[in-house]
Design a protein. Structure first.
Length: 397
């Protein structure tokens, strides 16, 4: 039996690393795609919901204040009068006096998803017909808005989203593990999903016209769903419009400095994805070939063939990750962030794959999710969030 298990897990390791190599080639192809100029540059309103201070927050928000774009409005919003993010916004207003920055404080919640409730409060002040919703921890290049409207202007497009890579906020082990999960697992798998026909909305950036937002029921249609980005994408697609991918890759801060915080954060992601796509989520365990190679090593009793397989799988997994780094770093040339975001910690890859599988297994324990100080239940996008009371732990991402 152990010989059979060793052979089976070895086979799964080979399948997983082939997938990683193929997905990395798709990322290279994506990075080399020609960038078409936008047909027009309409005025844009960017909504940035905030909740507390976090590592690199001001740095991330500042990248939006220096866009090479003729006319755009930035709206920052909070729901608590004592939110420390307010001080960050005030500093940005002082640093960028020519930027069209508006600050909105409104304690109204509207529903269980407090981020969407914040957006509902903010969108009332939006002056323009093209609306961008972007997470607070997103770092962008100066042509970010140009690339979004270029994609939105294509025929039949109703919603634009972006890939994103991980930017560790510190030199901690947790930050490195979190960043490589985003950059070298999530990002290639998202490109692969598009290759096979999926058109998911990735919530770090969502860009659409106000008319299409109103056609799907406005932000109120999202306020009782945890995966608001997924619901928005589905509803726009139901209008017969495409969810397009912009040819830009922002960075998202990985703030965790401890493994416990990283585990909680990734567990929330895993339970949300499992609720939305249970079959796809289960199949995604193949993305971690070094975990399977480790099992093959154990089941074989550390036989020579399994040790050789483990080394080869590690080398190929590293090759796939490094090719992703090389492909995406060119867009961030001249920026110090590229060094941190696109430097795969090759020696951590076995630990990273093993931790990812542990998170997956833990996600089957329940649908309980800790988010912004409240206990919620991950939903499929078709029903609303479960009602629960506040928890002691506050998630700020």
């Amino acid at each position: 039996m152990t010989a059979v298990l060793a052979a089976l897990t070895g086979l799964l390791a080979c399948v997983g690393v082939l997938q990683a190599l193929f997905a990395s080639r798709l990322v290279v192809r994506f990075s080399r795609s020609p960038r078409l100029p936008p047909a027009e540059l309409p005025p844009i309103t960017v909504l940035k919901p905030l909740y507390g201070d976090e590592p690199l927050l001001e740095d991330a928000l500042a990248t939006l204040c220096t866009q090479d774009y003729p006319a755009y409005q930035i709206i920052f919003g909070v729901q608590r009068a004592d939110d420390p993010a307010i001080a960050v916004v005030r500093r940005l207003q002082h640093r960028f006096p020519s930027a069209d920055i508006l600050f909105v404080f409104d304690p109204a919640y509207h529903g269980r998803n407090r981020k969407v409730g914040n957006l509902i409060n903010m969108v009332r002040a939006a002056r323009h017909d093209v609306v961008v919703i972007a997470d607070s921890d997103v770092h962008v290049r100066p042509d970010y808005l140009v690339r979004l409207v270029a994609a939105l202007g294509a025929p039949g497009v109703g919603l634009v989203t972006t890939l994103y890579a991980g930017l560790p906020a510190s030199s901690s082990l947790a930050a490195a593990l979190g960043a490589t999960q985003i950059t070298h697992v999530f990002l290639p798998s998202a490109v692969l999903a598009r290759f096979i026909g999926r058109r998911d909305c990735l919530g770090a950036t969502m860009c659409l016209r106000r008319a299409n937002l109103e056609a799907i029921g406005g932000l109120h249609a999202l306020v009782d769903h945890l995966a608001d980005d997924n619901v928005l994408g589905r509803r726009v697609a139901a209008l017969g419009l495409e969810v397009a991918l912009a040819d830009t890759v922002p960075l998202t801060t990985v703030p965790e400095s401890g493994l416990a915080a990283l585990f909680r954060h990734e567990l929330r992601w895993a339970r949300t994805i499992r609720a939305l796509e249970p079959a796809g989520f289960a199949a995604s365990v193949l993305q971690y070939p070094l975990f399977w190679a480790l099992l093959a090593l154990l089941f074989s009793g550390f036989a020579a063939w399994s040790l050789a397989l483990f080394v080869v799988i590690w080398l190929l997994r590293a090759l796939a990750a490094l090719s992703v780094d090389q492909a995406l770093a060119t867009d961030w040339q001249g920026d110090d962030k590229a060094t941190l975001a696109f430097s795969c910690p090759v020696w951590l890859l076995p630990l990273r794959d093993t931790l990812s599988v542990v998170v997956m297994l833990a996600s089957y324990g329940s649908r309980h999710v800790e988010w912004r100080g409240f206990a919620l239940h991950a939903d499929s996008g078709e029903r609303s969030l479960g009602a629960s009371g506040p928890t002691e732990d506050i998630e700020t991402q």
